[in-house]
Design a protein around this ligand. Structure first.
Ligand SMILES: [Zn+2]
Ligand SMILES: [Zn+2]
Length: 154
């Protein structure tokens, strides 16, 4: 699943700065900053790709963050806007630290490689929803395809 692709978003600083920003955001939202939650933030900050709750649990190391706590904490952090949720095909859900830059990913259907895409334009769709009287709109979207590496190797 993870192939260690480098993280292109130099705009978002290094891992420790991303953790600090996330902690500041948690305090703003009156969320408790616990040791397991700090572990979770560190794991997400150090990952080049969005992770599942199981990945976070595994990468946090032995006993640092049990799976139930990982699920609950990711849910609370997502509600607070600290973490961005990325629903995947077949009901899988991945999480990444919210960067403040709204973005989407392209996912290789064959090898699972995930890359960040710049920008987002859903203004026409959102205008249609607004015309129906809906307010406070959000959306989730991922793009799927076959990456150049998989295309080259059949
Ligand atoms: Zn691929
Ligand atoms: Zn978007």
């Amino acid at each position: 699943m993870s192939h260690g692709h480098s993280h292109e978003d130099g705009c978002c600083g290094d891992a420790s700065r991303r953790v600090e920003a996330a902690v500041a955001r948690m305090k703003e939202k009156s969320l408790r900053v616990t040791a397991p939650r700090l572990n979770l933030l560190r794991v997400l900050a150090e990952s080049a790709e969005p992770l599942s709750a199981e990945d976070v649990h595994r990468l946090a190391g032995h006993g640092a963050l049990d799976l139930v706590t990982a699920y609950r904490s990711l849910g609370a952090l997502e509600e607070a806007g600290v973490v961005q949720r990325h629903p995947m095909e077949r009901g899988r859900t991945l999480y990444a630290l919210a960067t403040g830059h709204h973005h989407h990913h392209v996912v290789c259907r064959k090898c699972g490689r995930i890359e960040r895409l710049p920008g987002c334009d859903t203004s026409k769709i959102e205008a249609a929803a607004r015309a129906k009287g809906y307010a406070d709109l959000t959306h989730v979207m991922e793009i799927y395809g076959i990456c150049p590496g998989c295309a080259a190797h059949g």
